[in-house]
Design a protein around this ligand. Structure first.
Ligand SMILES: [Ca+2]
Ligand SMILES: [Ca+2]
Ligand SMILES: [Zn+2]
Length: 757
């Protein structure tokens, strides 16, 4: 609920306010429960490796341009052994807002799916801004009612929709509802505002009191004092906003039962904080609020009818009776904003941010499961005190019962005030958790399509929702949450579609329409089902990275394949890699075998065509000019790229004594000094055959050392006293001759043997 709405509501009668005593005492500090062990590092490392392999292959779903660079972020453990590996993207070195994505892997480190917001490849003609940075900052400041200052500005590519060169400024000040920390994206070519994102999540007025009494608090002992500081998560503490000082006492007994006491307000807030943290650990396998064992101080004492989370703290204000408003569903809601802020993609957009926070508020209330007359679990928000005599501030099973909030999604929702826009999402969560006609005493919930939905329980519903949050990117919306929750439900119970079908029915029941990216779910009866990657085509000598995927079966799956193109192999984890060496057609059958006993398996077959590198046929690699001494053995292997193997070789102009094999090996011993122009031709096996040639000179030089004279040449005319070398001997001309080979019979008449050389 926004400040504005709260104040208006506050004008109504408050006679109906009832309070439950809030006095709390606690026994001596008890060591905090150890958080559940996060997934073994090796699982996250396997996930990171699998994601690296997938991203290196630059699959089409990433819409990667040649100028895109991907930076892997810290992997996050989810439920059921799932891991989430987020990525950030740059384009020509500029950060891409909306270019982020998440790779999801299972317990065996196999990629299950990716979650990508960007739907177009970036191709910017210019990356130089036309709009000046200072102009963009002025535009950003104008988005605030009270503009204090610019915190930072950076040049980015904004890639939600058609990619644009932009300035992103973060400005602080206030808007009409209170403090604001706003990111503003301004088109760097036109100056138009492309996007804004608020980082201060204004709160919901309430006051709440927990029990049974005394509630237990895990406090910290420091010297002779006790502090309202979580011993396992020291960043989580409750402070007096007047001086940002953690409440400290010499006894470990807190609160006086008066809701106007800040200390009592802190008791409730601290109890909620620790209860929500237990839910994160026990239900969601999350390591505290920020995912790394940390959280934020809660500061009680905001002099406003408000509460908020702003990225570094939660501030708690008061109601009209000056009672601090730290109920389960308010404090847990504010921390829900913090969880949203500290999962991939950051704060959810398009009217989903308050829905996200309400899910954590309600789930914490159900985890606490307090008995009457305390804060019994429900799907109302802020019911603990009847602030204005007209009930809670939001209703999740029938949103229209409060302020006529929308029950059903429509195209108007993304532009609706964010607390009102929580209606369809809260309604979805109720239907997923409780169903339309619960049998546990919870109220019926009217669906927008008249359907009946059977619920899965709060723990399952919030587990699915949280695993969807781990697939967030920039630009989340109800439409993308539909896809992400379906994917999460499918991944968490692979091969079993019960939860998937409920999640789908619940979205249908609140009119969030089916999306092109929605996964499908087929119950497998336990057998692995290999997702067919479809026909593949690869050019010879191009590295391959193809991660196969399967659903169902008992993890880990073991992969084998037959018919792979020469040069490729498949890993146990299903990654096909290598470099194909030979053009041709291949029929591949990939099989995943599971770890059950007896093992079950599933296969998929697909064609894999390896094409020549050059569609014009072979290209002969020119060996360059050659030079060989007479009588020296030659072995020169010619090579070519492209064409359809095998290649057949021929050559013209070879030096006497040399020949070329069908495989392109030139060998033999040159017999005669002289210059030669060789043309080598490779002809491929395509039909019709294609060929390529290369020409090069080949000089055969006379033997050196003891034979200093030029080699005898059959076409040269010699006169007396000419000297030549031939067949390892020196010869002296004694008469006029042409074509008389020294040493041949009768040559004694014109040549005199001068001895070996
Ligand atoms: Ca309640
Ligand atoms: Ca409630
Ligand atoms: Zn909120």
């Amino acid at each position: 609920m926004s400040f504005r709405m709260f104040r208006r509501a506050g004008l109504a009668a408050i006679a109906g306010v009832t309070l439950v005593a809030g006095a709390v005492s606690a026994v001596a500090p008890v060591a905090a429960a150890q958080p559940a062990a996060p997934a073994a590092p090796s699982a996250l490392a396997r996930a990171a490796d699998a994601a690296s392999g997938l991203v290196a292959s630059r699959p089409a779903e990433l819409h990667a341009s040649a100028n895109d660079t991907f930076v892997q972020q810290q992997a996050i453990a989810g439920g059921a052994g799932l891991s989430y590996v987020p990525y950030e993207r740059t384009y020509k070195g500029l950060p891409v807002v909306g270019g982020d994505f998440v790779v999801v892997t299972n317990a065996a480190g196999q990629v299950l799916n990716t979650s990508v917001a960007q739907d177009q490849t970036i191709d910017l003609a210019v990356t130089t801004a036309v709009v000046r940075k200072e102009t963009a900052e002025s535009t950003a400041l104008r988005q605030l009612v009270r503009a204090d200052r610019v915190v930072s500005t950076r040049q980015v590519v904004f890639a939600l929709g058609t990619p644009r060169l932009a300035w992103e400024s973060t400005v602080v000040g206030a808007d009409k509802d209170g403090p604001s920390r706003l990111s503003v994206v301004v088109d760097a070519l036109t100056g138009a505002v492309l996007n804004t994102q608020e980082h201060v999540m204004k709160g919901d007025g309430n006051a709440a009191y927990n029990g049974p009494k005394p509630v237990h608090l895990d406090t910290t002992k420091q010297g002779n004092n006790f502090l309202l500081r979580d011993p396992a998560h020291p960043s989580e503490q409750c402070q007096d906003l007047a001086n940002n000082t953690t409440f400290t006492k010499t006894t470990d007994t807190w609160g006086n039962g008066n809701a106007t006491s800040k200390e009592t307000g802190c008791v409730d807030a601290f109890f909620v904080l620790q209860t929500e943290n237990k839910m994160l650990t026990q239900w969601l396998n999350r390591n505290s609020f920020d995912g790394n064992g940390g959280g934020w101080p809660v500061r009680v004492g905001l002099n406003d009818l408000n509460a908020f989370y702003d990225g570094s703290q939660v501030q708690i204000g008061h109601n009209q009776q000056n009672q601090w408003i730290s109920s389960l569903d308010v404090v847990a809601h504010e921390h829900g904003h913090g969880i949203d802020d500290h999962t991939p993609g950051g704060i959810s957009g398009s009217g989903t941010q308050e829905f996200v926070a309400d899910v954590f508020g309600a789930s914490t209330e159900w985890f606490a499961n307090e008995p009457a007359p305390f804060d019994t679990p429900d799907f109302l928000v802020g019911e603990t005190i009847n602030l204005v005599g007209s009930g809670p501030i939001r209703n999740m099973f029938n949103p229209s019962q409060v302020n006529n909030d929308p029950n059903c999604y429509s195209n108007a929702i993304p532009g609706t005030e964010v607390h009102k826009a929580a209606g369809p999402g809260n309604h979805w969560f109720y239907l997923t958790a409780m169903g339309s006609n619960p049998t546990n005493g919870q109220p019926t919930s009217p669906t927008c399509n008249g359907s009946r939905v059977t619920g899965l329980g709060v723990q399952t519903a919030v587990t699915i929702f949280y695993n969807a949050m781990l697939q967030k990117t920039a630009g989340m919306s109800y439409l993308r949450y539909r896809t992400a929750t379906l994917q999460a439900a499918k991944n968490l119970t692979q091969g079993d579609c019960t939860n998937f079908n409920t999640v789908k029915a619940a979205w249908d029941a609140v009119s969030v329409p089916a999306q092109p990216g929605d996964p499908t779910c087929t119950p497998t009866g336990g057998n692995p089902v290999v997702t067919n990657p479809g026909a593949q085509s690869t050019v010879v000598n191009t590295p391959v990275n193809l991660q196969l995927r399967a659903t169902g079966g008992t993890a880990p799956l073991h992969w084998t394949a037959t018919g792979l193109p020469a040069g490729l192999s498949i890993s146990d984890g299903g990654l096909i890699s290598g470099t194909p060496t030979t053009a041709g057609s291949n029929n591949v059958t990939a099989t995943a075998t599971d770890s059950s006993s007896p093992a079950r398996s599933g296969s998929a077959s697909f064609a894999w065509t390896i094409t020549p590198q050059n569609n014009d046929g072979p290209t002969v690699n020119n060996p360059g000019a050659q030079s060989t001494v007479v009588n020296t053995a030659v072995n020169l292997q010619l090579t070519a790229t492209g064409g359809t193997a095998p290649l057949h070789w021929t050559a013209t102009g070879l030096p006497a004594g040399l020949s070329i094999s069908d495989g392109g090996l030139i060998s033999g011993t040159p017999t005669t000094a002289g210059s030669n122009n060789v043309t080598a031709t490779a002809t491929d096996s395509a039909s019709p055959a294609r060929s390529g040639s290369a020409s090069f000179s080949w000089t055969i030089t006379p033997q050196t050392g003891g034979c200093p004279d030029p080699e005898w040449n059959a076409s040269t005319s010699y006169v007396p006293n000419d000297r030549v070398s031939h067949n390892g001997h020196k010869w002296l001309s004694t008469w006029f001759s042409t074509g008389a080979e020294p040493g041949a019979p009768q040559s004694w008449a014109v040549w005199s043997d001068q001895g070996a050389c």
